[in-house]
Design a binder for this molecule. Structure first.
Ligand SMILES: C[S@@+](CC[C@H](N)C(=O)[O-])C[C@H]1O[C@@H](n2cnc3c(N)ncnc32)[C@H](O)[C@@H]1O
Length: 341
């Protein structure tokens, strides 16, 4: 079995940035398709005004414009977007220095096609065959094949962060941890290698629990983890869970659904329990860091959802009845927030 915890984990920001490069380049090319650089011209405008001018949806335009801010083509001042000198010189058609054509090869990419589609028709949900993951997750109609595909992908994406969180020691106050929407359970595998006695439970949809067992066997005895195959929109919770961990879960859902999930968790926790939220956080202006702004675009595209700022997450936790939210760990672009019952 492979050891997950006896090596140093390098910062993975460079890999995150590499993955998102295709999204950033495609965002610029899509903005050109909609002529946004010329429409903005010399007049700063807000997202609603620009959305009306190009007959698109305000939130779609906003995530695209924020992506352009991170690519250096736009600035945002008090909610109004204007061209930077770089955007004016190199992205705006008609400029003698325009270099937008250099980005045209991106038009063949999945990122370009999906972002362009989002601007015309709204979110382009990430799907397997004809079913979007959002609707399969909500209605419990996930197929085993769809579960296997997504779970393997999440295992790769979050592995370094999950292991770093497990090694951080932030669960030292607890003897049992439930990983809600934990996908492959890679976080629990690292926890098991570190804490042989701890009660560790994977709370996932039934099909994902099956996918997870096939991955976990490479790291731990899969039977050393407990499985709770259920939906977090229902009122069934594992007994004796003292700490609940949610990584990349709240960002999949509109805010109201996130509050619903957290309220359910709060009801299930004992009075000395705590919830830990692990997400890539936006800075408070929602315009940085670049990776998370592009991730915010991706989440709108994939699930009509969003990345959060720390203040927004604290508000959601308070609304769900949790106390004393605070940031307890950071790795790469991710932060872990703890809040108590
Ligand atoms: C974006 S993934 C996050 C996986 C992992 N926690 C991570 O940090 O990468 C969201 C997970 O939530 C799970 N999920 C979605 N809807 C669910 C539901 N109704 N009940 C339980 N889990 C659900 C999915 O199966 C998926 O594995």
């Amino acid at each position: 079995m492979k050891n997950l915890v006896e090596f140093a984990i390098p910062d993975d920001k460079i890999i995150c940035d590499l993955y998102m490069d295709q999204v950033g380049l495609s965002a610029v090319a899509v903005a050109d398709e909609f002529d946004l650089f010329r429409i903005i011209g010399s007049e700063p405008q807000d997202a609603a005004t620009l959305a009306a001018k190009i007959n698109s949806d305000k939130r779609a335009v906003e995530v695209l414009l924020n992506a352009l801010v991170t690519q250096g083509g736009l600035a945002n001042d008090d909610g109004k977007y204007s061209l930077t000198t770089v955007g004016d010189a190199f992205f705006k058609r008609g400029s003698p220095l325009c270099r937008i054509f250099q980005l045209y090869s991106n038009k063949e990419s999945w990122a370009y096609k999906r972002i362009s589609n989002m601007m015309k028709n709204g979110p382009d949900p990430v799907a397997f065959g004809k079913g979007s993951y959002t609707s399969m997750w909500e209605t419990g109609t996930l197929t085993q094949e769809a579960a296997d595909r997504f779970t393997a992908m999440m295992n790769t994406n979050i592995g370094a962060v999950a292991i770093a969180v497990a090694k951080s020691g932030i669960f030292a106050d607890f003897t049992s941890v439930v990983d809600v929407g934990g996908a492959s359970g890679i976080f629990l595998a690292a926890m098991r290698q570190l804490h042989p006695e701890m009660k560790l439970t994977l709370f996932e949809l039934p099909q994902v629990c099956e996918s997870a067992k096939g991955i976990l066997k490479h790291y731990v005895d899969p039977t050393s983890i407990e499985y709770f195959p259920a939906s977090f929109f229902e009122q069934q919770w594992p007994a004796n869970g003292q700490a609940y961990f949610l990584s990349n879960v709240l960002h999949d859902w509109p805010r109201a659904k996130g509050v619903e999930i957290l309220k359910n968790i709060r009801q299930a926790l004992p009075s000395n329990g705590a919830v830990f939220i692990n997400e890539a956080l936006l800075n408070e202006d929602r315009m940085s860091p670049k990776y998370t702004v592009l991730f915010d675009l991706m989440m709108h595209l994939n699930h009509a959802s969003q990345q959060y700022t720390e203040v927004e997450l604290f508000e959601i936790l308070h609304e769900a009845g949790f106390k004393n939210p605070r940031r307890v760990f950071e790795f790469g672009y991710y932060s872990t927030i703890r809040a108590d019952v």
